[in-house]
Design a protein around this ligand. Sequence first.
Ligand code: FE
Ligand code: FE
Length: 193
Amino acid sequence: MITEEFLMENLSLIMPEKRFRHSVGVADTAEKLAKKYGSDPFKARIAGLLHDIARDFDDNEMLQRAKKFNLAVSEYGFAMPLLLHGPVAAVMAREEYGITEPEILNAIALHTVGSEYMSQLDKIIFVADKIEPNRRHAGVDEIRRQANKDLDAALLSCFDESIRYTLKLGCLLHPTSVKARNSILVDQGSFRK
Ligand code: FE
Ligand code: FE
């Protein structure tokens, strides 16, 4: 198994500085959340460090990699290749960094659009990505507070916020994000209003 020291050193050399700082922030935040909610802190750190390793590819490179890795690319992936940076990063984590734990690979793959079926670690990485210390967006402090008390509430806020933001930009809304968001409400039994 790869050591964290090796990963930190390697990523600090290949990632743009801002992205590297963000990734370390996600790893730190995910580790804390993992301890709080009973997930494996080491797996959380590794997933946090690697979640954005494909984030800086341009559209062409992203689609090329997705093809090379035999990933299923939907119409949304073709329209917005950036959405593929989670699934592409998960394959890179396996092929280039030797990560074999499905929990880590899934959490990396799902961090962009989410899923209706998210494990505890998937949720932790998704939320940590939005609230790590370098994040400054409006509403982030409230989500940080929620993440300390109720992971699902924080996750719901993350989806709500990213959906709102996508609508504001007039960008394509991925239906999986909407399904993921709705599934939290259904789980909570709080959808009849
Ligand atoms: Fe990302
Ligand atoms: Fe990220």
